[in-house]
Write a protein that binds this ligand. Structure first.
Ligand code: AMP
Ligand code: MG
Length: 355
């Protein structure tokens, strides 16, 4: 995967909690990015010990699940799949792939971690953002025609194979959410019960910040400020996909790192999609899928993925959200134009007229 934890800057950050003696912070450099761990009410030694153990576990995941660098398990698996060989992987990766199959099916293939070749073709299998013109349309069309999908993957216990050699796995759209969930559980197991683990704005929380919930801000996808803030409950994860996170820019056009597997081209209609769920991997996969689905199709996909708390910001800065999400977010400053629609409604509620 390009970068398991992507984005150097925080899309979301903890707001309104001035560092005090009850708060502890540590910033780790894992997965080629910064991961901020914040705890409330933990002893210094306990916190340091827990964070050291966490760092080691995350580095290990990074090595094993990197899509194109090193000799980790995923690199070996991708090689085997390309050569039509079957390979045994460890139980954790097999479990992760099984979950990816479910999310891919539920999202009608809009979340599709089997499109590693397309992602590489667009230049996102590199640490630096790609430059220059977009890839040859014929090469894009050829990869789309080969239609690699998670349903091509045969998972028998820990044995993985594919009858489609075009399948190349890239877990960048959901392994981060999985790892954040794991991180918060690991901290809990070490006695750190009130914490936030925040990777470039994607985060999971446990417990509370003293006598109130953890409050976080959702970054405005088209500006530097916060578009909304919300209280995150114990065990919740908040994952955002944004087409501003990583992109290729050429001749005034931005080509985002989120690819629509149906066309082979980057998504254009969504600036960001935010999902809240206790399941970080699901929220991460869903945020990517909903970015692809866009303002017209997001409700059907969200319904099928069993979500309730969803917010989309489109290219014009308009906000689309569920009633449940509306009840959670506080827009900062002048509220943007927004439309609240229950997921079982066929047509979205109309937006208010422009001011
Ligand atoms: P996220 O920030 O969670 O939306 O993940 C974006 C990353 O997921 C990209 O950098 C690609 O590595 C990968 N990706 C891009 N498009 C898709 C897609 N449609 N389905 C699954 N993974 C994707
Ligand atoms: Mg994602």
């Amino acid at each position: 995967m390009p970068r398991l934890l992507s984005g150097f800057f925080a899309l979301l950050w903890i707001v309104g909690c001035s560092p005090g003696s009850s708060e502890r912070h540590q910033t780790l450099y894992v997965f080629g990015t910064l991961l901020e761990v914040t705890a409330y009410g933990a002893g210094a030694d306990d916190f340091d010990r827990a964070v050291r153990g966490l760092e080691e576990a995350l580095q290990q995941m990074h090595r094993q699940w990197h899509a194109w660098q090193g000799e980790g398990e995923l690199v070996r698996l991708n090689r085997a799949l390309a050569e039509g060989r079957i390979l045994q992987v460890d139980a954790q990766l097999a479990g992760l792939l099984r979950r990816a199959q479910v999310y891919a099916r539920q999202s009608d293939g809009l979340f599709n971690p089997a499109i590693g070749r397309l992602i590489a073709l667009w230049g996102f299998h590199a640490d630096e953002p790609p430059t220059g013109p977009p890839p040859d349309p014929a090469a894009i069309a050829a990869l789309v025609r080969q239609a690699p999908g998670m349903a091509d993957l045969e998972i028998a216990g820990r044995w993985i194979s594919s009858d489609n050699p075009a399948v190349q796995l890239d877990l960048g759209a959901f392994a981060k959410g999985y790892a954040l969930n794991l991180a918060i559980e690991r901290l809990r197991g070490q006695g750190i019960r009130n914490a936030i683990v925040n990777a470039g704005g994607d985060l999971c929380v446990s417990g509370r910040h003293g006598d109130r919930p953890w409050r976080i801000g959702v970054r405005h996808p088209q500006g530097q400020g916060v578009i909304a803030s919300l209280d995150a409950a114990d065990g919740e994860c908040v994952l955002t996909s944004g087409n501003y996170e990583r992109y290729r820019e050429f001749a005034g056009v931005r080509y985002a790192h989120i690819i629509d597997p149906r066309s082979g081209y980057p998504v254009r209609h969504v600036a960001s999609a935010t999902v809240i769920s206790p399941d970080g991997a699901l929220a991460d996969a869903a945020a990517t899928a909903l970015s692809v689905a866009g303002p017209k199709q997001w409700r059907r996909i969200a319904r099928r993925m069993g979500l309730k708390l969803v917010m989309l910001v489109d290219e014009q800065g308009r906000v689309w959200l569920t009633p449940e999400m509306r009840a959670r977010v506080h827009f900062e400053g002048t509220p943007p134009p927004f439309s609240v629609t229950p997921l079982d409604r066929d047509a979205p509620a109309p937006l208010p007229p422009p001011p």
